[in-house]
Design a binder for this molecule. Sequence first.
Ligand SMILES: CC(C)(COP(=O)(O)OP(=O)(O)OC[C@H]1O[C@@H](n2cnc3c(N)ncnc32)[C@H](O)[C@@H]1OP(=O)(O)O)[C@@H](O)C(=O)NCCC(=O)NCCS
Length: 147
Amino acid sequence: MRPAIRPAVAADLDAVSGLDAACFGAEAWSTVSWSSEFARADRVILVADEGDVVGYVVLLVPPVEVDVVELLRIAVRPEERRTGIGRQLMAAALERCAGRTVLLEVAAGNESAIALYGGYGFEQISRRRGYYAGGEDAVIMRWRETA
Ligand SMILES: CC(C)(COP(=O)(O)OP(=O)(O)OC[C@H]1O[C@@H](n2cnc3c(N)ncnc32)[C@H](O)[C@@H]1OP(=O)(O)O)[C@@H](O)C(=O)NCCC(=O)NCCS
């Protein structure tokens, strides 16, 4: 079944927070952090809904149009990866970014995410050496809508 992509609602908080814990382990955001993400007016949170929440994406969308959007988080339930859900979430997220620039930061070794982003036209624009705990580099990627 192809999931529906829809904006998250307050009732999704536990499901999203639980999925984040399953996807990111020690790097997961706490439930308190997720509560604050859900409450913020400058966040766009979309979920992939198959009856259960199987994926999510979080954008920071500043109200000022010229300010860059940041893609803060995207994840898909491990058992459902490589079935196109990440792509569905990215497409829905970028639809909301018409005319804007989007930046994101990703661990240099996260090949699946880098391939996903590259497929949507994100370009690597810089690198922060040893940025993550453990010493891994961060790659900064940028997307601009092309005409
Ligand atoms: C990154 C992630 C969201 C991709 O979700 P997904 O649903 O598996 O992605 P899709 O099935 O839509 O794949 C889309 C494209 O991404 C790339 N991709 C996804 N998984 C990949 C993998 N394991 N290896 C290489 N490329 C991969 C491919 O280009 C793929 O297209 P293809 O299947 O036609 O080759 C998922 O792997 C994930 O949740 N990872 C853990 C969380 C994470 O690291 N998030 C990013 C940092 S916040």
